[in-house]
Design a protein around this ligand. Sequence first.
Ligand SMILES: Cc1cc2nc3c(=O)[nH]c(=O)nc-3n(C[C@H](O)[C@H](O)[C@H](O)COP(=O)(O)OP(=O)(O)OC[C@H]3O[C@@H](n4cnc5c(N)ncnc54)[C@H](O)[C@@H]3O)c2cc1C
Length: 489
Amino acid sequence: MAGKEVVVIGAGFGGMAAAGLLARKGFDVTVLEKNSQPGGRGQVWKKDGFLYDMGPSWYLMPEVFERFFSHFGRKPEELYTLQRLDPHYRVFFGSGKKMDVLSDLKDNYKLFESMEKGGSDGLKRYLESASYQYKVAMEQFIYKEYRTIFDFMNRKLVFEGTKLHIFESLDRYAKRFIKDKDLRKILEYNIVFLGGTPNDSPALYALMSHVDFNLGVWYPMGGFGELARAFMNVAKDAGVKFVFDAPAERILVENGKASGVRAKGRNYRADSVVVNADYAWAEMNLLDENSRTYNERYWKKKAIAPSCLLMYIGLDKRMEGLNHHNLFLSSNWDEHFDTIFKRPRWPDDPSYYVCCPSKTDPSVAPEGCENLFFLVPVAPGLADDEQIRDKYYDKILTHLEKLTGERIREHVIVKRIFAHSDFTSEYNAYKGTALGLAHTLMQTAVFRPSHYSKKVKGLYYTGHYTHPGIGVPMVVISSEILAEEIAKG
Ligand SMILES: Cc1cc2nc3c(=O)[nH]c(=O)nc-3n(C[C@H](O)[C@H](O)[C@H](O)COP(=O)(O)OP(=O)(O)OC[C@H]3O[C@@H](n4cnc5c(N)ncnc54)[C@H](O)[C@@H]3O)c2cc1C
């Protein structure tokens, strides 16, 4: 296969995984990245001794990373230090209740029982079903390329589909096991990170509770920047060349075939081009209309995943009331979903997430200080001017001060707010989406945008818009599938 040149546009986890795997298969690979560091949405920001993971902070599904690095003859523990978090996370409810989800399952059964009679048994049964869903999904559906509807709608899926609860909503399904509304939120919160809602996402995604409760919540010491460096280094060892500060300006097409990429005024020749950059943006901005697989109308009709208002805050003191991961799940949780998916607007009473990695990792904040990362999921495509940012900074800090009973505002020594327009300028995100394409039933597997261009030979796509979807493990799998297909020729 040597001699076959591939250019990958984007050094997100998806792009680096594809590049490394193709290089291992003998391709001559160059990655062009618009920004100056690897990791894409998982890049880092450093300021005055604080180190922020700008995007992902939950290291989930460790087996996916083990499998990925094994293709290079490596193990994660040779590349970075992983720590299992305990508690996994702290949850604050709008009702005023607070609880820690722990790494020991038996403790979690007790916790559920303390809040609902029969809650222990409900959780046990829910997790048994979730782990079955996970096993079947991983073995049969996730690591698989879907070219046609027939690949998807085969007898197996129709048979397993009922058992996997593909045709039922997550919320309806979870209600069968747990009645308490707050407890049910613990079974459903992670669907937000897949860009969906409990009412509109298939109950198949209950498998995320297996990921959470059974596989554990982990943290790479040094943060996701360490993970990004590990991906880049294994790719480099396999021969991949990285060019940073090199935004692709055009995908070159000759006689219906990809022939290279123009960046920084130079043409990078290629036999194949892999796009890891935002799918919608790349099609609309790097290709002529007749070379696009999907037109603007297609993207307008799609359920685009949420954007986020992010706040990177450094405090000159420690906080007592927070854990490493903290979720605030508002009583107006349904209304918040409504503002994201049904009637797009800024939420009045948002649910939000606070990461405080300095609880685990002293390298991310100066001594005696605290590193805080706030994430408020919001609808894509909203205006996010200074006034709005200031309003939410105020709203969220006031809320957290009340919740923890600790003063925060006058201790802020680092502050950066990041929202829609930053996602667009930093990553070329369509409508400022943080996460790509939502996981509705009609945007699952074969219904996600294709790994292949249907118009240009030798042009491919990987990352969070494609199958299997959103999240670092998923984009790594997307690239494993793609690299296999490209190598087959
Ligand atoms: C705030 C936030 C929190 C998250 N939390 C988690 C979490 O806890 N756990 C988890 O697993 N996942 C999480 N995710 C999701 C996860 O980060 C993404 O699904 C994943 O990183 C997407 O990877 P990707 O390679 O598909 O795309 P990206 O990371 O977006 O990479 C695409 C790359 O293409 C580059 N690019 C764009 N245009 C061009 C161009 N013209 N030329 C060259 N390069 C270009 C971009 O700069 C970028 O580097 C989170 C995401 C966000 C935003």
